[in-house]
Every structure is written in C-alpha cells, then in structure tokens.
Write a protein that binds this ligand. Structure first.
Ligand SMILES: [Zn+2]
Length: 226
C-alpha cells in the first residue's frame, strides 16, 4: 500500500512539473542566437517587423544590390543570413558587396571609411554590409549585437570564417568580411586579376588545393592565373 502511495505521489509531482514547464513563456529566439546575452532579448524583439518583411518594398530592397564581383562564400553567407533574419522578421538588406577602388577612395574622402582603394575587403568582393531596411545605420548597440550574434552563428553553421566589424574599435556593425580576404587581395593585386565571382571561385579552389597539398606534403597545384 505504501508503495502505491509513493508511486502516485511521484506521478503527481512529475505531472505538475510538466505543467509548470509548459506554462513558462516559450523562448521566442531559441536558436541560433547562442552568443546573445540574456539582457539583449528585448533588443532582439524590438527588431521584429514581420509586416515589413512581407512587403514588396522589402523584396525590392533585397534584390537592389548587385551581386557582381562577390566571393561565393560571402554570397552563401549572405543568403543564409538573410533567411535566418527573415524567419525572425528582422528587415535587413545587403547595402554593399563589391565596390571599386575609385568608390572606396571617394568614401575615404567623405570620412565614412578608414580604408582607401585596395585597403578594404569590399574591393575584393570579400565583404558585405547588412543594413537595416528603414533605420539604416540607426540602431542601438544592443540591436547591432543581435545582428552580429546571428551572423556569427550562421557563419559557424556554414563553416565560413567570418569577421564581424562590430567587434572592432572602429565600430562597423553592418560589416561582415572573410577572415582570409588578404590572401585573395595578395594574388589579385600581384597578378592583376579582375574581381569577378568566377575568378574568386577559381582562387578559392586553388587556395584550398594548396592547403590540402601542404597537409599531405604533395606538390602544389598550378595557379589558375599564372
Ligand atoms: Zn563594409
């Protein structure tokens, strides 16, 4: 008899704790904002605008920026990033991928960047600026931190090494760049290679073939542009 009573009590306890768990508010952002501090949840919620994300204006913005001269990994990253943002109803779009040395110099003169032509990963198609659709650069630090955390998590999942400009002293939270962009710059400058997605893809293939050859102590492959 005592056994039965204990068993019933256990059952009741289990049922009650299950009901308690069900009553707790569902975490609105269960994944993938792993690196997001708890006090950023309000900032995350404040970015939500599902209505805007369904609008034609959003669609138009998302197709506005040319994909010309973009590194395939940046494009992959951008697409996965946008998908993730869209699911949460966060309206952002790519403001810049590639930009010419001339435009870079112009931005430098205006004081909107610290990099002259040839000093920015944008000049080599190795970066993207993700800007808010209607607040543009005008977000709070916490709101930008939400963007950064999602971006890093997307990059981790895709296995693409990305550096976020929000982690820099020269705070540039819209900016995401390939960690190894200087490797591309070195060959593009040395061999005067045109910055196209096709050429960047060839270089990516070549660099990973070089890394593999080095690991396996085999002869290096031929350079596609030499
Ligand atoms: Zn940038």
């Amino acid at each position: 008899m005592m056994h039965l009573k204990a068993a019933i009590q256990r059952l009741i306890r289990r049922k009650m704790s299950k009901a308690k768990r069900a009553k707790q508010p569902r975490n609105l952002y269960p994944d993938p904002i792993r690196r997001l501090p708890a006090d950023h949840q309000a900032a995350a919620r404040s970015l939500t605008n599902h209505e805007y994300c369904k609008s034609l204006k959003y669609k138009a913005q998302s197709l506005k920026t040319s994909w010309e001269g973009v590194h395939p990994d940046i494009l992959d990253f951008h697409k996965a990033f946008q998908k993730e943002l869209l699911q949460r109803g966060y309206p952002f779009y790519a403001f810049f991928f590639w930009r010419s040395h001339e435009l870079q110099d112009e931005l430098y003169r205006q004081g909107s960047t610290k990099a002259r032509g040839g000093q920015s990963p944008h000049n080599y198609g190795c970066a993207v600026d993700e800007v808010h659709c209607y607040k543009f650069w005008d977000l709070t630090r916490k709101q930008w931190a939400v963007l950064g955390a999602i971006g890093k998590e997307v990059a981790r999942r895709k296995g693409i090494k990305i550096v976020w400009g929000g982690d820099w002293k020269f705070y540039d939270p819209v900016h995401f760049q390939l960690a190894d962009w200087k490797r591309y710059k070195a060959d593009i400058d040395r061999l005067d290679i045109e910055v196209t997605t096709q050429n960047l893809t060839a270089l990516r293939w070549y660099f990973s073939a070089c890394d593999r050859a080095q690991r396996e102590k085999k002869p290096l492959p031929d350079h596609p542009f030499e």
